[in-house]
Design a protein. Structure first.
Length: 107
């Protein structure tokens, strides 16, 4: 469902949320059924809190703008509760960005 106008609005929301909560999205690929993000933030900002803000705010706003999503996603939950996040200590920023960019090409 994350295609076309919905994907573009999701991209806009993620950037607005990042600006408001003072972290940066270095790379973003929105796939039809999931999202890849490379985020940089102050060390005091917990990755889990960043994910919580992104999912919570974007989910609510996407349901308001696209009420038809409620017919597809039950219990008013757009995002799956599972999440993967890691830090970039052992690999370079360029490696992560290249991986995220390649996701769009491979699907």
């Amino acid at each position: 469902m994350l295609t076309g106008e919905i994907a573009e609005y999701c991209r806009k929301l993620f950037n607005e949320i990042a600006d408001e909560y003072e972290f940066q999205i270095a790379e973003m690929e929105i796939m039809p059924d999931h999202v890849h993000l490379f985020v940089t933030a102050h060390p005091k900002k917990a990755p889990g809190e960043i994910v919580k803000k992104l999912k919570g705010i974007s989910g609510r706003k996407l349901f308001v703008k696209f009420p038809e999503l409620r017919k597809v996603y039950w219990n008013n939950k757009l995002w799956n509760p599972s999440t993967y996040y890691g830090t970039a200590g052992a690999i370079t920023r360029e490696t992560i960005q290249k991986y995220i960019e390649m996701q769009k090409v491979e699907t």
